[in-house]
Design a protein around this ligand. Sequence first.
Ligand code: SAM
Length: 601
Amino acid sequence: MPTLDFKGKSFVHAHHLSVPFRELVVDAKKSLPAKGEKPSLDDNLIIHGDNLHALKALLPVYAGKVNCIFIDAPYNTGNEGWCYNDNVRSPLMREWLKKSANPVEKEDLERHDKWLCMMWPRIQLLRELLADDGVIFASIDDNEGHRLRDTLDEVFGEDCFIATVLWQKRTSPESRLQLGAAHDFIHVYSKRPNPGRIKKLTLTEEQVESFANPDNDPRGDWVSSDFTAQGYRPNQMYEIKTPLGKPYEPPPGRCWGNIESEFKKLRADGRMWFGVKGDARPRVKTYLSEGDGISCWTWWPNNEVGTNQESKKELNEILGEAGTFDYPKPLRLLQRIIEIATDKNSIVLDSFAGSGTTAHAVLAQNKRDEGKRKFILVETEDYADKLTAERVRRVIKGYKFEGTQREELLREPLTWTKLKKADELIEKAESFELLDKHRFDRIVKSVEDGDLVVTGETKVTEKVDGLSGSFTFVTLGPEMSLDKLLADGLPTFEALAKYVFFTATGRTLSELPKQKAAGFGFIGETDLYRVHLLYQPDKKWLQSNDAALTEKLVDEIVAANTGKKKLLIFGAAKFMSQRELSRLGVDFCQLPYAIHRILGD
Ligand SMILES: C[S@@+](CC[C@H](N)C(=O)[O-])C[C@H]1O[C@@H](n2cnc3c(N)ncnc32)[C@H](O)[C@@H]1O
């Protein structure tokens, strides 16, 4: 398969592996826990920090567990002010970055290389976080759309490409451009080929209204559709006689939609329709009660999922002045993604959170179907609290906003005859200023789609009910390099347990087992291993003999290992040789040198 090459690729190729782990630190003050609950890492999360580090920090608990990812990375337009500053440990890389411009500007000839260097390790980590049946949606425009597609092909594999959605982000062309873009792309990939997770869309109100029951069918309302298929299939070429005896053959170049025996079953079951009189071409019925929605496709027009303008207005209504943000995504766009790619218990991740639209959409969908979906957002900028989290707080609790109530007072098509009497028309429009001014804050005259329109506008304060929900606001702790952690201060038992379990088994440790209290330091197991950690965040204890692995403790650990799994024991010291331990199926894993410094070795 051809692959994309870019400056820095060899250095960032495995960078995600060397990014240090960090602890997720709860900020209780900025969190909004459920009533009577404490902020917890098990809740919805808003993480303030660089997503490279946040995604790494999520791995121990969320690797392979996220069902739906949406990313809306900087599009690299040259005007966004994003910087490439990942700490890739390579002198060549550092030399390159020292010489080049940051923030990345349009004139920067290496801006595409830098963008790819930024995206590569993040996409690697996102893939690790995705569940086997998970799906990622990556929004982008022409600046990097093709390069992002190549990158996703390389990281996820071509066979995991599902489709590229075209989202119609505008309703009319941008006049200053010769050929302005009407759409953005949303590349959709799955973790494994053919995951089958993309669900059908529920019918809109308008679609539901097109169902009716003109023949009092006991199955209720239905719509009919053509009963033919393209092409020539010999066993689907037969004559159909209507109830009034009128014969029909399939039209040229087509055959019937099913073989004759199936058609007969449908007809006997009252599922065929021959028009009100009973002599029309056969059509097949689809019942509202039996439908499971309509299949989604890659054209997402603005009347279905909103525009850039709509999303700005949405954010403004929720946050007022504080809601100034370039290009938030419309709520309806994210709701569509949540609808087709999640179920009621899914975990949804957005690592370029911006104004928090993804969290809003998750909460809205949970409200709609009483789901328990969980969101995890990551935002690096300082507005993670005042914008990202604040939007989520307001939509959870409900908010008031200043809206405009409109009443149409006049609509006149601007025909040539009317334009010839323009004075009369203007007078008529202006008369509303005099007659109705007292009823409105202002009278607006405009021309819309060839009509002269006069509207009365009144400012009103509206209240939007809360969607309910909760979240925990989180920051990133210092590097969880063990050496560093022990030198700077001791990590909690739980943090170290998650770290050692993940590094030893590559699996996540969601919760510590109750046995920890029994004192064997058992932290979890996989199909192959049982893992123990002999540790307390206490220098004195670590210096004492209690911290060392003794024969007695090994006997107890071995006795508890009824499944005869390989035993991994992390500790500061041991009073037995590895040879003896190996005989008992135990691998002793030394906590690092810093421990010995503490112990005074
Ligand atoms: C295009 S905006 C996303 C808008 C969002 N979809 C919405 O609806 O509001 C991209 C966001 O990603 C954030 N971002 C950029 N680099 C990041 C990084 N390395 N880690 C976390 N967030 C980052 C930016 O600060 C910005 O808020």
